[in-house]
Design a protein around this ligand. Structure first.
Ligand code: SF4
Length: 376
């Protein structure tokens, strides 16, 4: 019997991709104890059919195929930018669509001001940018995902599968493993922390993909209770706050879904996180031309960052169709605005990096995910 179940799409059939070794051992408690580890290892190696699992008895593979699927999402579109960025669009069991991105270059630099030349890849870092929700409830005005509204949280399997599909591409295209994970795709990760925790457990397991916990960054819009939960219960990860503006009134207008979390509360939570985890926080500023690039903004940011151990990451806004702020089209910041803002922060003694634009021609850059719509 052909036990390739890539066509199985039945909702509620558990996916092996979302199971830890412990989950597998529980689900297969009548089997030999080492079977869970064998299966876990096959999933990590990218197996997409039960027939590939050649160290499992044929009858057992058949039984597995009746109970589980390997991956529950499928790739419906693959786009590649000439800078090497690859974006995948995945269709989930219920028809929802999400996007995930493979970046074959560093996302930022604090020393080189000249953009990379097309096709010039970095040989070190290969980064998977993962989504945690279909749509997003925060509704940032500068983000395409935010304009889609919120559909639902992703399951752990739907998060790990993004990595698995990107990993297949990394192996084929680059001949190497993904080195970094950034949870900066569609959705607010700290509103889906349980599934994210489970997914990162799987991705960082030494018996499987063995991703380095030190190379995982989670970016939040500032969900205070989620930051405190992470501080207490993990996952261990670098934390980035998508701050955008340290002036509360402006921030609340730019990121309307975050209003229950004041800047003061967020800072307190970040301080708890730093104390517990001993890690520097990245403050991300999406620079919007003419909106948050002035001196007043830089002063407010400097005051906010003063009691935190931080690095400030400037992200020049990437255009996405139809995004407006209070009736006016958003615009990209000019080079002069970016560098003046950077200088204002550096003069105040802050370490500042700047994220270079990657994947823009395929709407795969920061803030552009979901450009093709939320369902598909
Ligand atoms: S920037 Fe992040 S938090 Fe804001 S709408 Fe987009 S995905 Fe959601």
């Amino acid at each position: 019997m052909d036990t390739d179940n890539s066509e199985i799409t039945g909702i509620n059939v558990p996916a092996l991709s979302g199971m830890t070794i412990t989950n597998l051992a529980e689900a297969l408690k009548d089997e030999k104890p080492y079977r869970a580890k064998q299966i876990f290892s096959w999933i990590a190696r990218g197996a997409q059919s039960f027939d590939e699992m050649t160290n499992l008895p044929r009858q057992f593979r058949k039984q597995l195929a009746e109970q589980f699927v390997i991956r529950k999402s499928r790739v419906t579109e693959k786009l590649e930018d000439r800078d090497g960025t690859v974006k995948l669009r995945l269709c989930l069991e219920d028809g929802a669509a999400i996007e995930t991105v493979l970046l074959a270059a560093p996302g930022e630099s604090n020393s080189d001001h000249s953009p990379e030349k097309p096709g010039q890849h970095n040989n070190g870092r290969l980064t998977a940018c993962l989504s945690t929700q279909a749509g997003c409830p925060v509704g940032c005005v500068f983000c395409k995902t935010g304009s889609l509204g919120f559909l639902r949280n992703l399951e752990a399997a739907e998060i790990t599968e993004q990595f698995l599909y990107l990993s297949d591409i990394a192996k084929k295209k680059e001949g190497r493993r993904i080195s970094n994970i950034v949870v900066m795709g569609m959705g607010e990760p700290l509103l889906n922390l349980e599934a994210l925790r489970a997914a990162l457990d799987i991705l960082c397991s030494k018996s499987g993909l063995n991703c380095s916990k030190r190379k995982v960054t989670v970016s939040t819009s500032g969900i205070t209770r989620g930051i405190l939960d992470m501080a207490e219960n993990g996952p261990e990860a670098e934390l980035a706050l998508s701050l955008t503006s340290a002036r509360e009134a402006l921030r609340n207008r730019l990121m309307p879904g975050i209003q229950g979390n004041s800047l003061a509360q967020i800072k307190e939570a970040l301080q708890v996180y730093q104390k517990k985890q001993g890690r520097r926080i990245t403050l991300e500023i999406v620079l919007l031309g003419g909106i948050n690039t002035g001196e007043e903004e830089a002063s407010a940011l400097a005051a906010y960052a003063a009691q935190l151990s931080t690095i400030i990451n400037l992200i020049p806004w990437n255009p996405a169709e139809g995004l407006q702020f209070e009736g006016k089209n958003l615009r990209e910041p000019e080079e002069r605005e970016i560098e003046t803002f950077r200088a204002l922060l550096e003069q105040r003694g802050f370490a500042v990096t700047r994220r270079y634009r990657r994947g823009r021609s395929i709407s795969g850059a920061c803030g552009q995910l979901g450009a093709a719509g939320g369902n598909g």
